[in-house]
Design a protein around this ligand. Structure first.
Ligand SMILES: Nc1ncnc2c1ncn2[C@@H]1O[C@H](COP(=O)(O)OP(=O)(O)OP(=O)(O)O)[C@@H](O)[C@H]1O
Length: 612
């Protein structure tokens, strides 16, 4: 390779670096930082990217101008700085890191070769995100055929991955577990020329419990420094370049702090306005030359964490308060309303467990409904006329892959998913996000709703809360997220029940609303008539209760299983009775709940509410 062999090559790299540093300032002045706009008023070439790459961005991805985060991050990354980048969901962070890598790799004097091994490593939390980044990379590298993209991830065939690594990959996208596996067991995996390590959705990687793996990966790659020390690991490596590590997420929390400390050297912060000692609202203020030794110590010892999360300003965020026993009927009603309002649209519903996804998926794929049970000639039709997909971590790898691709390309469809879809996935034209099971941490709320309203497009989100969970809104408020109430009764009143819709006085109580009662009855009859569905409902119920008890920290106070009536939870799975074989722990929880109700006089209140 050129720069390894020739002095001229390395001189050129140095010269390029100097020019890149100069470019930081000039690009900065071109990027207009308007708060409400997604795009910057400058061109990709003014950020310092090579013309051929700018052509590729335009021709292969259709990107004419950079987004704001791209305008901020690209010059910094081109300048070789470590960076921590925080920007709202759907604002173009992927290309913000891919473009500078490709710029550098196409810039080398002599073309890089497969035998050089990897130059850049992108770590992502999920398989779907791995594939998504790989696809974008493939498109961007179309004309730069000598730069080889590749991926390794859980679920794939190890030997095939080994073979691909042996042949050589220049930019590798990986999930942490599988990467560590190859680092330890694939002798032909060459990473002596590794120059960039990028953590996409850094906080999620850590939340998924990959912290230990990441430390080991950084250590094996020779890119880890001790937490209290700015020196990098002494693991030998053969690289003419300085390492450059980058951390990206729409939500940076305390967990990222340690990772930043051990992996970033004198980082530039982007998108943490007001939280850093030096404001970073303009690029000029983060000119690398401004950083001194004192900054370095401060920045590396404590990364400022944004308290307020960035949510697309055009997103309409609402919550709906639903009594536990009516949750299922209300979910189905809202979905029906959405797909009748707009027959061509995409909606994602988030659940807390894989079993809950399976149950609701089977139900929605099979449930028929007639609003007129009296007439002889009943018109029985599918309750929802749209195509329904499911996605979760317990699915077969290939099913997961095909669902992900199919939902991407569909024009109108419903996706039922666990949080495996919450991070980074870019499904075009998703119009509405429903969080049927609450997300727990506010960060997850932000990422789930971030699957809509991407890149300035419109979108709406709806959070289901039970009356006893309503304090969760305050938790979101603490992060600057406020939600308006969804007009549920108005939506329910619009459904017609043949035979008695005009006469029936509409109820102000959701659980006594005639439409809800009728639908709930039909759902329960449907489940009872299908043993397979009944089994799925029971499994869904059990895993839901387990997940509910797993809320952590502060949230335990809000999501308390003992505040719930398990019979009502069973109703939300269209089960007439609470499953009897639910294990000792649930029975214990039930007793606890009863004691709690007795102590707080809740059971009386409940009875009163039912009478009214
Ligand atoms: N400069 C651009 N011009 C037009 N479209 C763009 C541009 N940059 C990115 N996009 C598009 O914007 C969408 C969001 O981009 P991307 O997935 O990179 O966002 P993100 O910030 O990483 O989101 P998340 O936080 O959810 O991971 C994608 O569909 C992408 O193709």
């Amino acid at each position: 390779m050129g720069m390894k062999k020739s002095e001229k090559g390395s001189k050129k790299v140095m010269e390029n670096k100097k020019n890149e540093k100069k470019d930081v300032g000039s690009a900065a002045s071109n990027a207009t930082m308007e708060n409400d706009s997604v795009f910057a008023s400058c061109s990709f070439s003014s950020l310092g990217l090579r013309p051929s790459l700018c052509d590729e961005l335009r021709e292969k991805l259709g990107f004419e101008v950079p987004t704001l985060v791209q305008a901020q991050a690209i010059p910094i990354i081109l300048a070789g700085r470590h960076a921590l980048i925080n920007a709202a969901t759907g604002t173009g962070k992927t290309v913000a890191y891919l473009a500078p890598l490709i710029h550098h790799l196409q810039n080398y004097d002599t073309c890089i070769q497969r035998s050089d091994g990897i130059f850049a490593l992108v770590l992502v939390p999920t398989r779907e995100l791995c594939l998504q980044v790989y696809e974008i990379l493939q498109k961007l590298l179309h004309r730069f055929h000598w730069i080889v993209p590749g991926y390794v991830m859980g679920g794939e065939n190890r030997s095939k991955e080994k073979a691909r690594l042996r042949k050589g990959i220049s930019i590798l996208i990986a999930t942490p577990g599988r990467l560590l596996d190859h680092l330890k067991n694939t002798s032909s995996f060459l990473y002596t020329k590794l120059r960039w390590i990028i953590f996409d959705e850094a906080d999620r990687i850590l939340e998924l419990g990959f912290g230990q793996d990441i430390q080991e990966i950084l250590h094996l790659l020779g890119s880890r420094k001790a937490a209290n020390d700015n020196k990098e690991s002494t693991v030998p490596r053969n690289s003419e370049f300085q390492r450059q590590n980058l951390l990206f997420s729409a939500t940076l929390n305390e967990k990222v702090n340690h990772l930043a400390k051990i992996s970033l050297h004198n980082p530039v912060m982007i998108g943490l306005e007001g939280k850093t000692r030096k404001p970073v609202s303009t690029i000029e203020s983060i000119d690398p030359s401004e950083f001194d030794e004192e900054d370095e110590v401060k920045y590396s010892s404590k990364i400022p964490i944004a308290v307020d999360y960035k949510i697309p300003t055009q997103l309409i965020q609402r919550y709906v308060k639903v009594p536990c026993g009516s949750r299922l009927a209300v979910l189905l009603s809202i979905l029906k309303h959405l797909f009748e309002r707009d027959t061509s649209q995409k909606v994602v519903v988030f659940f807390s467990t894989c079993d809950a996804v399976d149950f609701h998926h089977s139900l929605l794929s099979e449930f028929h409904f007639s609003t007129d049970p009296q007439t002889k000639e009943r018109v029985i039709q599918m309750f929802l006329g749209c195509q329904t997909f499911r996605l979760h971590g317990n699915m077969e790898h290939e099913d997961r892959r095909s669902t992900f691709q199919a939902f991407k390309t569909e024009k109108s469809a419903l996706l039922l998913s666990t949080d495996v879809s919450a991070r980074g996935l870019d499904f075009p034209k998703v119009r509405c996000i429903i969080q049927y099971d609450s997300p727990g941490e506010a960060t997850e709320y932000v990422h789930r709703v971030g699957r809509t309203a991407r890149l300035g497009e419109r979108g709406e989100s709806l959070l289901f809360l039970q009356p006893v969970e309503i304090d969760y809104l305050q938790d979101l408020e603490k992060h600057g997220v406020s939600l308006a109430e969804y007009p549920l009764l108005k939506v329910l009143d619009n459904f017609t029940l043949h035979g008695h819709n005009k006469q029936v006085k509409k109820s102000v109580f959701i659980d006594l609303h005639p439409w809800v009662l009728c639908l709930q009855k039909a759902l329960e009859s449907f489940i009872i008539s299908k043993p397979k569905m009944d089994e799925l409902a029971r499994k869904g119920f059990c895993s839901w209760v387990r997940a509910y008890t797993a809320h952590r920290g502060e949230l335990k106070r809000i999501f308390m299983i003992k505040k719930l009536h398990l019979g009502h939870v069973a109703k939300s799975f269209a089960l007439k009775q609470q499953p009897s074989v639910v294990g000792q722990s649930f029975q214990k929880q039930n007793k606890k709940r009863k004691r709690f109700e007795k102590k707080n006089g809740l059971s009386k209140k409940r009875k009163v509410a039912r009478v009214t």
